[in-house]
Design a protein around this ligand. Structure first.
Ligand code: TYD
Ligand code: MG
Length: 454
């Protein structure tokens, strides 16, 4: 049984010594439950005086070969994994229900199985017939993937030990149930125990284990912040329900770069790779309209052009609304404050809506200037030239700060037919990528130049 005094929040993972209805750390209600130990037995007793074995210490200089990787042949997936699947690794794939995790992993399983990995797909959410039907629809029925519908951790591990697969997909970690842990499936203790056992299995047997994790309404993998620490790689599968675009993003990767993205499109025949995301994100763009600005961003190692859309309208409410989709609300507040304080352009009494088109989430500060431009364009009801891209970070003083990878951004812009760019002065000078550049050092100058005000 759990020691008295260990409770944790399933939303943020914070620990407490006693139960309460609301988590003090994140403010969520009804998320605190009692922990159970990872395994019953003497694990939680003190170490006592018995000596352990000495551990072996080695030099840093050992000539270590890079881990052998297996590619799936889906370039978008392999890049996010850091160049393919690494043996003895644990991967967590998080995402909203219905976003396409099972579809993606079934397609990946088929690819990896065809590439020669002994692949198991264990589902606790769907019956095997359902998965077989999906595989048939996706044209994957002939792939040598072994299917099982199971939820008992003990049964799953026993089977894995006996069969020694190269790749195991667990869909989802919330449905796996450890009988030595005294709480309901999906609770923090259960998820933690299952993830711990499966990760240990991966390390011990040299297998790759991919676990699906559902996310809570505020975007965290349910329960396990803790699980994120245990696994080698954390990927999020994101997208807006109404859009067909899906983005697989690495937020942690011990075997490759984090922040890499892979872009997919949900079609009737499953997920299709999108080799040129900028083209897709800009495809719905009409004639130049007030409030629309194209931002030249970098996601992972790749330049991505996206449209920032703003709408500014007099507010009927006593407190004006600020609504953001695809960007950070705090960052929007900052840009509005700088526009007001440094350029004398007030937004008080105005509702402000900001949307990143295409359902992609942007987190780069380099988007500041594009957001400011979209807000001003919407407020002044004047559109910017449609062949211009904008990027740059805004500091609280109103100065524009140069951002990285300028040349890559410009090259991508050129490739998509843009002829001019507005960006901060300074920074590393590189090629202009065939685009005419307007460099500015502060936001006031930008406002004056582009909108003839300020
Ligand atoms: P699914 O992979 O089951 O999502 P998750 O495992 O993340 O909950 O995907 C469900 C959605 O994907 C469902 O609404 C239907 C859609 N879909 C397609 O549009 N095309 C397809 O080929 C498949 C298999 C699913
Ligand atoms: Mg699913």
């Amino acid at each position: 049984m759990a020691k008295p005094g260990t409770f944790s929040c399933s939303a943020c993972g914070a620990s407490f010594s006693k139960w309460s209805g609301r988590c003090d750390a994140c403010g969520e209600w009804n998320t605190i439950s009692e922990d159970a130990p990872l395994s019953s037995g003497p694990a939680s007793k003190s170490l006592g005086t018995k000596r352990g074995r000495p551990i072996t210490l080695t030099d840093l200089s050992a000539n270590e070969a890079p881990p052998p990787r297996t590619g799936s042949g889906m370039a978008e997936l392999d890049r996010v994994l850091g160049g393919g699947l690494v043996p003895a690794s644990a991967i967590l794939v998080g995402g909203d229900p219905g976003i396409g995790k099972s579809t993606l992993l079934l397609q990946a399983a088929a690819r990896f199985a065809r590439a020669g990995l002994k692949t198991f797909y264990v589902s606790g959410e769907e019956a095997s017939t359902q998965i077989r039907m999906r595989a048939q629809r996706l044209g994957l029925a002939d792939a040598p993937v072994k299917l099982a519908a199971a939820t008992s951790l003990r049964d799953i591990l026993t089977t894995l030990e006996a069969e020694s697969p190269d790749l195991v997909i667990i869909d989802s970690i919330q449905t796996v149930w450890a009988d030595n842990v005294d709480s309901v499936p999906g609770s923090v203790s259960q998820v933690r125990a299952a993830a711990h056992e499966l990760t240990t299995f991966a390390k011990r047997k040299g297998a790759s284990v991919i676990m699906v994790g559902h996310v809570t309404k505020d975007g965290q993998i349910a329960g396990p912040r803790v699980v994120e620490h245990m696994v080698d790689t954390v990927l999020y599968f994101e997208g807006e329900r109404g859009h067909q675009f899906r983005i697989l993003r690495s937020v942690k990767n011990r075997f490759g770069p984090a922040d890499e993205i892979g872009v997919f499109e949900m079609t009737g025949g499953g997920l299709a790779e999108v080799a040129n995301p900028s083209e897709l994100f800009l495809s719905g763009r009409g004639d130049p309209a007030p409030g629309s600005v194209v931002f030249a961003g970098i996601e992972g190692t790749r330049p991505v052009l996206v449209e920032m859309q703003a709408l500014v309208a007099p507010s009927p409410h006593s407190q004006a609304r600020r609504a953001v989709v695809g960007w950070d609300g705090a960052r929007l507040a900052m840009v509005l404050a700088v526009l007001e304080a440094r350029c004398g352009i007030p937004f008080a009494g105005l509702d402000v809506y900001l949307n990143v088109a295409g359902g992609i989430k942007i987190s780069e500060p380099a988007a500041d200037l594009a957001v400011a431009a979209a807000l001003l364009s919407a407020r002044e009801d004047s559109s910017l030239p449609s062949e211009t891209v904008i990027f740059g970070e805004i500091s609280l003083s109103g100065a524009l700060r140069p951002v990285g990878q300028t040349e890559n951004r410009l090259k991508e812009a050129r490739k998509l037919g843009f002829t001019s760019a507005i960006l901060p002065s300074g920074g590393k000078s590189g090629g202009n990528g065939g685009v005419s550049l307007t460099r500015m050092s502060d936001l006031t100058a930008f406002v004056g130049e582009v909108f003839g005000a300020g």
